[in-house]
Write a protein that binds this ligand. Structure first.
Ligand code: ADP
Length: 613
């Protein structure tokens, strides 16, 4: 085969440039990335060899790093699965196969943040390209297990790459040769390479040997999986190092969970809960980065269902001896062992979070700020764990002006109160100034202010917590007077109330289902509540956003007949009565986060009312 020259896919050159330049401050990581690929390739060969023994390696599985201090080259050789020429084009010729443009978008946003750029490397599978941070030319010679010929891929990381068939015989596996840039020639030093391996790749399970002209073959990593050690033998630093170097994290973990479970199933978990949310947390394809090992052989990073999606920020390793290596990936996924591991791990994570919350609510609230929205998805969709998630859910208390637990809300309920009152809005500011809260404030009854779009959903799905049902104060009916001995001062007599409500109703016509007098308002003249069968306001807004044909449910206007402005309405001219009624209705909508139904009329009404002063 003659040499074929290919241009990089559109955008690849641009991405490469960004990757190389935004990472330049930390070129060390190139070695970790390449070693981790080599180790993955070896595990892949072992794994596929379970069902296709002919591709198994009869010799030792190992990775070699040859350093040529004179020629300024580093060569990494592995006994892994190798790449066919098509795979070379597909994997090394294209960066960010699944989302080049979203990659570019996010990197544009992240240009100021080196950490974010680094995180992107792991996310989009451009680890291989970190080689160009230190190399002006990279040459990959590889023979795929099961194939006869080896191919060579070469590139300067600029515009494209060349592929040709190798004339020589090669072992199965991949060799990656880096011709170091002048600025990176310090890497042509065996001791430096050894210390980098110790630092970043000590936990790689395959032995990594280093060698140079003057130095004999020597193992540079301990090749013992950290999670197979007893937790009492592992220091905090070792855990943190593993979390950063092997799991590609950039913060310290909030929680480290390392346990061995024995019994009907046997597994070890080394899991971490990060302190900060990754920026792809809400992308649909985001999964927990938890790798499954069967008896220390890497199987897969995304075994469906092993970590529930509402814990998709958890990172780490699960290693079990209760599964047979000799089964297909699909079978692993549907195995009852996976379900049992998942259940047990989920329980453990939830109970650890509960402990943390009890011990230090300030730190817990910082965690909640990062991941609370994701956990709430569990309240909505995970029937089995719902109660336990609810126990560690933080909610904003109107009365205390901070986050509290549902349990503390219940403990503080008024004597006759049997509901958990909540108000959903878009923002806390909007919630705090809502007329719906006035009656509660006057009576010292707490209301939970909910501002996440998912809140209305999980509460309506769940219905109740500890047998106390959730009640939306903008939708549901309730009688605050029944909750306390002292009655609101209600000076207006029934006849006056009747006159006012009938008058406003006549002015508003079809805009409103009904107008009623209320004693729940203190400072505000009116508020809107849902009519019969109406939805929580926020829920309705979300439904409307999703479905343009969604019809507004009709609302009831509740009027505070003791309000100075309201009391004056019957004595005004018909025009002013109409203008004020409409203005009151529209401003109540505005306070609920809606547009006025008729902005032009609203503005005319305000001017007419102002001019009459
Ligand atoms: P990622 O490993 O995150 O997918 P990389 O850019 O590091 O992204 O590697 C791209 C792909 O190239 C890998 O997924 C793998 O298929 C292939 N690859 C890289 N290095 C090797 C290797 N040493 N042996 C076999 N395949 C490799």
């Amino acid at each position: 085969m003659t040499a074929q020259t290919h241009n990089f896919e559109a955008d690849t050159g641009k991405i490469l440039n960004i990757v190389i330049n935004s990472l330049y401050s930390d070129p060390d990581i190139f070695l970790r990335e390449l070693l981790s690929n080599a180790s993955d390739a070896i595990h892949k060969r072992k794994f596929l060899g379970q069902t296709e023994p002919s591709i198994l390696n009869s010799g030792e599985n190992e990775i070699f790093v040859h350093v040529d201090e004179k020629k300024k080259t580093i060569e990494l050789v592995d006994t892994g699965i190798g790449l066919s020429s098509d795979e070379l084009i597909e994997t090394l010729g294209t960066i960010a196969r699944s989302g080049t443009s979203s990659f570019l978008d996010s990197i544009d946003e992240a240009t100021d943040s080196k950490d974010a750029a680094k995180a992107l490397i792991g996310k989009f599978g451009v680890g291989f390209y970190s080689a160009f941070m230190v190399a002006e030319k990279v040459s990959v010679t590889t023979r795929k297990a099961g194939e006869k010929d080896a191919n060579i891929w070469e590139s300067d990381g600029q515009s494209g790459y060349t592929i040709y068939k190798s004339e020589n015989e090669h072992e199965i596996g991949t060799s990656i040769k880096l011709h170091l840039r002048k600025s990176a020639k310090e890497y042509a030093d065996l001791n430096k390479i050894k210390s980098l391996i110790k630092k970043y790749s000590d936990h790689i399970l395959v032995p990594i040997f280093v060698q140079s002209k003057d130095v004999e073959k020597e193992q540079a990593n301990s090749a013992q999986a950290l999670w197979t050690k007893s937790p009492s033998d592992v220091s905090k630093e070792e855990y943190f190092d593993f979390y950063k170097s092997t799991l590609g994290s950039f913060d310290d973990p909030y929680i480290t969970l390392h346990n061995r479970t024995e019994g009907s199933i046997d597994f070890t978990n080394l899991l971490f809960i990060p302190k900060t949310a990754p920026f792809d947390l809400f992308e649909p394809e985001r999964k927990a980065k938890v790798s499954l090992y069967i008896n220390r052989v890497f199987i897969s990073q995304d075994v469906d269902g092993i970590i529930p999606s509402w814990l998709r920020f958890v990172k780490g390793v699960l290693d079990t001896t209760s599964l047979d290596l000799n089964v297909s990936r699909e079978m692993v996924q549907s195995s009852p062992v996976i379900k049992k591991i998942s259940k047990s791990v989920t329980k453990r994570i939830l109970s650890e979070l509960k402990k943390k919350m009890k011990k230090d609510d300030e730190n817990y609230d910082a965690f909640w700020g990062q991941f609370g929205k994701v956990l709430k998805e569990g309240l909505y969709e995970d029937f089995e764990n719902r109660e336990k998630i609810a126990e560690i859910t933080r909610v904003y208390s109107f009365k205390h002006e901070k986050l509290i637990n549902l349990n503390s809300y219940i403990e503080e309920m008024a004597e006759k109160q049997d509901k958990i009152y909540y108000l959903t809005t878009d923002t806390l500011k909007q919630a705090k100034s809502s007329p719906h809260l006035e009656g509660f404030k006057a009576k010292g009854i707490d209301v939970l202010l909910m501002t996440d779009p998912i809140d209305a959903f999980w509460m309506s799905q769940m219905g109740a917590y500890k047998e106390k049902s959730f009640l939306s104060i903008s939708r549901d009916k309730y009688d605050l007077a029944a909750l306390s001995e002292e009655q609101a001062e209600d000076k207006a007599d029934d006849e006056a109330k009747n006159t006012i409500t009938t008058l406003i109703k006549d002015c508003l016509g079809d805009l409103i289902e009904d107008v009623k007098s209320t004693s729940e308002l203190v400072e505000s003249p009116v508020r809107l509540v849902a009519g019969e069968g109406g939805l929580d306001f926020n829920l309705e807004r979300i439904m409307k956003a999703q479905n343009p044909d969604f019809k507004d449910s009709t609302k009831i206007l509740e009027v505070n007949c003791n309000h100075e402005l309201v009391k004056r309405i019957p004595n005004l001219s018909v025009e002013l009565q109409e203008a004020i009624s409409r203005m009151l209705f529209e401003q109540a909508r505005v306070l609920d986060g809606e547009m006025p139904t008729d902005p032009q009329q609203f503005s005319k009404d305000l001017i007419a009312i102002g001019s009459s002063l």
